[in-house]
Design a protein around this ligand. Structure first.
Ligand code: ZN
Ligand code: ZN
Ligand code: ZN
Length: 244
């Protein structure tokens, strides 16, 4: 829901620490002069402005929930600037949701309005993207099937409740693991802090970053009680990863 949460006056929502100001979760991979975004959140436009994203070469979706897709309409300026459709990578299920939610994009009726230009591509296994290998990592998000993604020695795994054994094998030997940790109390759709710490102990990434954090967790106070190799991610966080 983002932090501050609308209408909430809890201490994290009122915090003056900029790290406690959280837009919806997304990452951009920048390499070989390309920008690849994972998920277009309702905050996509402001995130892209904040990070100075001046071109968009592909979008990859983890799943079709509103907080991960609703910014899709805001790719239009990149369509115009680059004069081409943007490749969209998503599972067949997520594509169904995109086609329903953004029916006007897929409507063949001619229109005077500009609509996002998309080139839909189904994810059905690892794929090459501008010279990098993107490996989808299946996970469960409540009763929904979702994808995490491994890119070289980094992986992004937002929105999950459990990770199947075969997927854990795909998450070994990581330098950076970004993973869901919504809050301390259990949630049927999301991994909580304790469950994610357990997964980090099992997978042993060099560095783990918690994401999809709600207003229950104060940035500074939570970091103070986490192991050294586990930190809360925050808006604007940047680091280098080995893609090869
Ligand atoms: Zn709050
Ligand atoms: Zn979700
Ligand atoms: Zn989400």
């Amino acid at each position: 829901m983002g932090v501050p949460s609308l209408g909430c006056a809890c201490r994290v929502c009122r915090s003056t620490d900029p790290h406690d100001h959280r837009t919806r979760p997304s990452v951009v991979l920048s390499y070989s002069g390309r920008n690849v975004v994972i998920d277009t959140t309702p905050d996509f436009r402001l995130q892209a402005l904040r990070e100075g994203i001046n071109r968009l070469d592909a979008v990859i979706y983890t799943h079709g929930h509103a907080d991960h897709i609703l910014g899709l309409d805001d790719i239009r300026p990149f369509n115009l600037k680059q004069n081409c459709a943007v490749p969209i990578y998503a599972s067949a299920d997520t594509q169904t949701i995109l086609r329903r939610t953004f029916a006007y994009i897929f409507d063949e009726t001619p229109t005077e309005s500009s609509v996002p230009g998309v080139d839909m591509r189904v994810i059905d296994g690892p794929f090459d993207l501008f010279g990098a290998k993107i490996i989808p990592v299946p996970a469960r998000h409540g009763n929904l099937s979702v994808f995490g993604f491994r890119m070289g020695r980094a992986a992004y795994l937002t929105d999950f409740s459990t990770v199947p054994q075969e997927s854990k094998q795909m998450l070994r030997g990581l330098d950076h693991l970004i993973l869901d940790a919504l809050r301390d109390t259990p949630h049927p759709m999301h991994s909580n802090v304790e469950q994610s710490l357990e997964l980090v102990r099992e997978l042993e990434p060099r560095q783990a970053w918690f994401t999809h954090i709600c207003h229950d967790l104060s940035h500074a106070e939570t970091n103070a009680r986490l192991p050294e190799n586990v930190r809360l991610a925050y808006d604007g966080l940047r680091f280098e990863v080995e893609l090869g």
